[in-house]
Write a protein that binds this ligand. Structure first.
Ligand SMILES: [Cu+2]
Length: 172
């Protein structure tokens, strides 16, 4: 009788200790893993878009010039159509009739080009693919076309869009 009672007591103690020991730390660990696991992919997930936001690819070829003009004849880029090689750059110079800017068409630039082109515009921007305004003659906007795949890239001057101030960069 004594033996039996002792054995049951040990067994019950063991069971309850086991049950308590297994369930609680198990749950706590699972929660801890979930919590720490969630921010880790989130961080690397943030890093990937940040990386795909693009790293500026510097100009390795020729830098072409386009003038931004507003006068009695109207508002325009000169030349309005320009063809460059991949790796070339374009320097837009404010000549008259500003403010002017260079804004690529977010809707037509392919998704796989957008991050690189945006990065290649540097930090002198007021929005995605849209440069800051240039008010004074001689101010410039330089964009690299390195790592930009061949294609046609239409752009406009935001303040003079209604006056048809637009151009097309063709990358070969
Ligand atoms: Cu303009």
């Amino acid at each position: 009788m004594r033996f039996y009672g002792f054995a049951v007591a040990v067994a019950m103690f063991g069971l309850s200790a086991c049950a308590g020991g297994d369930a609680r730390p198990g749950d706590t660990t699972a929660v801890a893993i979930d919590t720490s696991a969630a921010p880790t992919p989130a961080v690397s997930g943030t890093t990937t878009p940040a990386g795909s936001t693009g790293t500026m690819a510097p100009i390795t070829g020729t830098t072409h010039e386009v003038r931004m003009v507003g006068d009695a004849k109207g508002y325009r880029f000169e030349p309005a159509n320009i063809t460059v090689k991949q790796g070339d750059g374009i320097k837009w110079t404010m000549v008259s009739g500003g403010p002017h800017n260079v804004a690529f068409d977010v809707a037509t630039v392919p998704a796989d080009v957008k991050p690189q082109l945006d990065a290649n515009m540097g930090t002198d921007k007021m929005g995605e693919l849209s440069s800051n305004m240039k008010m004074n003659p001689g101010e410039t906007i330089t964009v690299s076309f390195a790592n930009i795949k061949a294609g046609k890239y239409p752009y406009t001057c935001v303040p003079h869009l209604a006056m048809n101030m637009k151009g097309v960069v063709t990358v070969q």
